[in-house]
Design a protein around this ligand. Structure first.
Ligand code: SF4
Ligand code: MG
Length: 326
């Protein structure tokens, strides 16, 4: 239902042009969850905002059911706005503090449903679906907990019957116990409404819980994609391996959290990205050619692609996990 092709997003800043998203190709099928994972600052949110047309697209196509919306403007975008909705990380700032719950959730209905009583019934049913007590309908965002606010943001996103939700770090601001509740709610809603999700998170553990397929992003580019099972059970790109190594694992022998080493160093500035493979300054398996040649995303098995020179010559880099290099 969503197909992204050759997507570039640029920002102008004091220091020059930041290429936040570079040549991204992705697709999300009906009812499917694509997990987009990477460190903060890697371009995930820029990609999400471009899909929602909240930020300009420099190059490339964003197709919804085959129609390219990358350059549509104003009213021409309206039908697609209904199909696509977004839930942001920070519900404290994405919900208007001047409005109560009823007004917030019914806002998107105002253009399609003129009858106030019908809107009120729809709001009551949406609140029920996301697990918000009816008694909260007159409350303002600051009178709600973070979990309740995020449920309200989900209810608002569902109001017009969307087909795809772009979820940008939807649980990152919540306590771990609340995270599970909201994730489970999203799973239930997906099953009920056959929703497709583009699920953006820096937390590979959360993506693990949600995604059918996974795409890993590093400094604006997709470095690995594949099914949930392939990417998470046998990560091929050294960066994916490092992200997974950072997820705490309980040792079955000692019942203690094993202290696995994580990727070191900082995400380089997208203003001045490294030459060649952007991961090379941090990669434990770096080779001479990695410093000047950009690895292309290449098919590496069914439904799987990897952008790493090691995989062009089929040298399997799971070595670096075994040897504890990352
Ligand atoms: Fe590491 Fe080279 Fe692969 Fe980049 S291309 S991830 S630097 S081995
Ligand atoms: Mg972000």
């Amino acid at each position: 239902m969503l197909e992204i092709q050759g997507l570039d997003v640029d920002y102008r800043s004091h220091g020059g042009t930041v290429r936040a998203v570079r040549g991204v190709d992705l697709a999300v099928g009906r009812g499917e969850t694509l997990g987009l994972v990477g460190e903060s600052g890697c371009g995930k949110s820029s990609l999400a905002r471009a899909v929602m047309r909240l930020t300009d697209v420099a190059r490339g196509a964003i197709r919804i059911d085959g129609i390219d919306i990358a350059r549509l403007k104003g009213r021409a975008l309206l039908p697609y706005r209904r199909k696509l909705q977004m839930v942001f990380q920070d519900s404290a700032s994405s919900l208007d503090p001047r409005f109560d719950m009823t007004r917030i959730i019914e806002e998107p209905l105002r253009t399609t449903q003129a009858n106030g009583a019908a809107r009120a019934r729809r709001v009551a049913s949406l609140m029920d679906q996301v697990g918000l007590a009816a008694s909260l309908k007159d409350r303002y965002p600051h009178e709600l907990s973070g979990g309740q606010r995020q449920r309200a943001a989900i209810a608002r996103a569902l109001a017009c019957g969307p087909e795809l939700l772009v979820l940008d770090e939807p649980v990152s601001a919540l306590d771990v116990s609340l995270q599970a509740q909201v994730l489970n709610l999203l799973v239930d809603l997906q099953q009920e409404y056959k929703l497709a999700y583009l699920f953006v998170s820096h937390d590979i553990g959360v993506v693990q819980h949600m995604a059918d397929r996974v795409a890993v992003m590093y400094l604006g580019r997709i470095v690995e994609t594949g099914t949930h099972a392939d990417v998470l059970a046998a990560p091929a790109h050294p960066y994916t391996q490092a992200l997974l190594a950072a997820v705490p694992v309980i040792s079955p022998r000692t019942h203690r959290i094993a202290n696995r080493p994580v990727v070191t160093g900082e995400l380089p500035s997208p203003l001045n990205p490294p030459t060649g493979c952007a991961f090379h300054p941090r990669c434990p398996l770096v080779q001479a050619r990695c410093r000047h040649a950009v690895p292309q995303l290449r098919v590496a098995g069914e439904g799987r692609a990897v952008a790493c020179h090691l995989h062009e010559t089929s040298q399997v880099s799971s070595l670096c996990l075994q040897e504890g290099l990352v």
